[in-house]
Write a protein that binds this ligand. Sequence first.
Ligand SMILES: Cc1cc2nc3c(=O)[nH]c(=O)nc-3n(C[C@H](O)[C@H](O)[C@H](O)COP(=O)(O)OP(=O)(O)OC[C@H]3O[C@@H](n4cnc5c(N)ncnc54)[C@H](O)[C@@H]3O)c2cc1C
Length: 412
Amino acid sequence: MRVIVVGAGLAGLTCAKVLAERGAEVAVFEASDGVGGRVRTDEVDGFLLDRGFQVYFTAYPAARRHLDHAKLDLRAFDPGAVVCRGGRKSILSDPRRDLGSLAPSILSDAATAGDKLRTLKLAVSARQDESESAGERLDGDVTSLEYLRGLGFSERILDRFFRPFYGGIFLDRDLGTSSRVLRFTFKMLASGETVIPARGIGEIPKQLASHLPEEAIYLNSPVEELLQDGERVSGVRSSGTEHEADAVVVATDAPVARRLVGATVPEGSVGQTCLYYALSGLGAGKKILLNGEDGGFLNNVVEISNISEAYAPPGESLVSAVTLGIPDAPDEELFRRGVSDITRWYPDADLRPLAIYRIPFAQFSQPPGVHDELPENRTETQGLVLAGEYTEDSSINGAMLSGERAAAEVLR
Ligand SMILES: Cc1cc2nc3c(=O)[nH]c(=O)nc-3n(C[C@H](O)[C@H](O)[C@H](O)COP(=O)(O)OP(=O)(O)OC[C@H]3O[C@@H](n4cnc5c(N)ncnc54)[C@H](O)[C@@H]3O)c2cc1C
């Protein structure tokens, strides 16, 4: 059986890996110059720059089935976060997982005593969920903000911790994202580690691609249209050449899937702007720093070379700083505003601007109810299967689960 996969993001690569393992002849057509889609790392002057700040959770159930964690040489963040307000920093953590921060967690003024108890209770109950992805829980769905307020969390911890922390993960500081995503993320945080591969997030797709023969992946090969044989999809046209197949898996991002096959996919998107600075060292440890102030510019900051030293050349450090959305300002102004926030927390920081990544479409928007409307992998058209985060949930795990399910559909 010959299968063409359109798109070498995590969904397409996972699909191709599973099909190749089952003996199918697979060809992957990728529009860009590398594998990974939204999950790529650039090497610039000895620094590793992920295309936007992203993390991997070792508890991701679908991803675990396809990735060799040991070979990725995963490096862990310390649990919890440091909440920065003005010149003050307070540590919030789950003391059961981070004994070192037990005292600071209890002392932190970002949360009330009741909030700390509620956080522990939520972690315990979320751990018992059996869902494979954020979209799967079929009980009621409200915004994360409504959900957390319903559990009785104080406005103080909502503003100082949940908004910047989950805002950084969902790219939505308003916490309008589905409570299913919040609960699933809570489970991931409570059940495993938050990590990055030692040599950048782009190692994840590279490992998936290593399961395929090199000649099976065609880079710089955008698919312009699908070929039809009567009612059946029979191949693709790429760079003007026709390629036949028994099945075609469209594993692009949602907007391209809409254009190529008319798929009904989610409409909205959320984005981030990621600023990189080089410096001699911030001394910020291995926790994520959160901006606990209203109206701050940066949402979250991490000295990422403390997580993996390979992110910076010897003797240097790398800071990754995120502002949500795409501010309409030139690079110099964004760098200046980033420096202004970080030096409020670390007055001696000597930050050298390195690079900016503006990523308008990082994830599709996930308001309550969106997961019930997502398309299936199976389509009405013979020979055509869909893969992509937009059939599950917007995450590394969602994309890989979708790829796995698309492969099963092709084999069926
Ligand atoms: C900045 C950022 C931060 C994120 N943070 C996290 C995080 O911390 N944790 C987490 O789990 N997830 C995170 N995500 C989400 C996660 O990265 C995505 O959900 C996932 O990578 C989507 O994979 P995909 O394969 O569905 O789509 P994509 O990665 O978009 O892959 C689609 C591929 O199709 C290709 N393509 C498009 N059109 C064509 C065509 N016509 N012909 C051929 N190829 C085509 C594209 O070039 C691309 O390679 C983040 C994403 C971003 C961008």
